[in-house]
Design a protein around this ligand. Structure first.
Ligand code: PAF
Length: 283
C-alpha cells in the first residue's frame, strides 16, 4: 500500500494507474477509521482495480466551538484498517497541502447545504463540498464511495457532482451499525458507557417511525412526532431534529408517498449524533 502526502503525487500516481487501464475508486475519510469506513473500502475493492483512501481532517467543515482540535486521529491504526480492507493508496495530506494560504474558492451547494445539519452547523457543507470537489479533481476516480449514515452529505455530494459535471459515479453504501443498532461514527468514541446505551434510542426511534408507516400512517407530522417521543423518552438525549424528507431535494413532503428518508440529529451528553433510515411508501 502506497502512502502519499502530496497532491501532485496523488494525481500523477492515479493518472498512471488509469493509463494502465485501472478503474480507480476513492473513499474520502477524516481518519479514525472504523468498520463503516472498512465496508466502503471493501466495496470499492470489489468494483475497482485501484482503491485510494484519503485521510484528511478537514478544518473547513468544523464550525467554531466544534471538536477540530480533539478530533480522533491515529494514522498508524488507520493504515492497518485501510490495508486490510483492500486500499492500495492512502492519501494523507497536510492542511497547507490541501488549502494553501492563497486558496480562495468555496463550493456552496445552495439550499441543500443550509438546512438540517447545515442549519445547526453553518458553513459545514461548504467545507465538505469544497474538500470533496478537490479530492475528486485530484484523484479523478471512476467511483467515489460515501456512507448513507451522513445522508445529507451524500445528497450534497451527488448534487455537486451533477452540477459541476464531474465524471464520477457516487456510490451510496449502507450504514454499518454496532450490536446495539448505533450507527458507527468516529465520534462514538466520545460517548461514556451510559451515553452509548442511551444513543441506541435513536435507531429505535427511527425504526418505530418506519414501522408506523408500514402500519399505514401517512401523515409526516405523526411519524416525526412518534420518532421524537421515542427519542426524548431517553433522559440523556436532547433531540435537535426529527424529520422526513425527499431523498434528493431534502424538502419535507406534504403527504407520505414514494421513497423518503427519515432523519434524526441529537446530542447525547455533549456528542452530536445523526442517523437515518429509508422509508418506502407504496403509491
Ligand atoms: O464523511 C467524512 O468523513 C467527511 O465529511 C469527508 C466526506 C471525508 C469530507 O471531509
Amino acid at each position: 500500500m502506497r502512502i502519499i502526502e502530496r497532491a501532485a503525487e496523488l494525481s500523477a500516481h492515479l493518472g498512471a494507474r488509469r493509463a494502465a487501464g485501472d478503474a480507480v475508486g476513492l473513499v474520502p475519510t477524516m481518519g479514525a477509521l472504523h468498520d463503516g469506513h472498512a465496508s466502503l473500502v471493501e466495496r470499492a475493492a470489489t468494483e475497482c482495480d485501484t482503491v485510494a483512501l484519503s485521510i484528511f481532517v478537514n478544518p473547513r467543515q468544523f464550525v467554531p466551538g466544534e471538536d477540530l482540535d480533539t478530533y480522533p486521529s491515529d494514522l498508524d491504526a488507520d493504515l492497518v484498517v485501510a490495508e486490510k480492507a483492500g486500499a492500495s493508496v492512502v492519501f494523507a495530506p497536510t492542511v497547507p497541502e490541501m488549502f494553501p494560504d492563497a486558496s480562495r474558492t468555496t463550493v456552496h451547494v445552495a439550499g441543500l447545504g443550509d438546512v438540517l445539519e447545515g442549519a445547526s452547523r453553518p458553513g459545514h457543507f461548504d467545507g465538505v463540498a469544497t474538500v470533496v470537489t478537490k479530492l475528486l479533481v485530484l484523484a479523478r476516480p471512476s467511483r467515489a464511495y460515501f456512507g448513507e449514515k451522513d445522508f445529507q452529505q451524500l445528497v450534497v455530494v451527488c448534487r455537486l457532482v451533477a452540477d459541476l459535471c464531474l465524471p464520477v459515479e457516487v456510490v451510496a453504501c449502507p450504514t454499518v451499525r454496532g450490536f446495539d443498532g448505533v450507527a458507527l461514527s468516529s465520534r462514538n468514541r466520545y460517548l461514556s458507557v451510559a451515553e452509548r446505551e442511551a444513543a441506541a434510542v435513536l435507531y429505535r426511534a427511527l425504526r418505530a417511525g418506519a414501522a408506523s408507516v408500514v402500519a399505514g400512517e401517512r401523515d409526516p407530522g405523526e411519524v416525526v412526532a412518534l420518532v421524537a417521543a421515542v427519542a426524548e423518552a431517553e433522559p440523556l438525549v436532547t433531540l435537535d431534529y426529527a424529520t422526513v424528507v425527499h431523498p434528493e431535494t431534502l424538502a419535507p413532503p406534504e403527504v407520505l408517498a414514494g421513497e423518503l428518508r427519515l432523519l434524526v440529529a441529537a446530542r447525547v451528553g455533549t456528542t452530536r449524533l445523526i442517523d437515518n433510515v429509508a422509508i418506502e411508501v407504496p403509491e
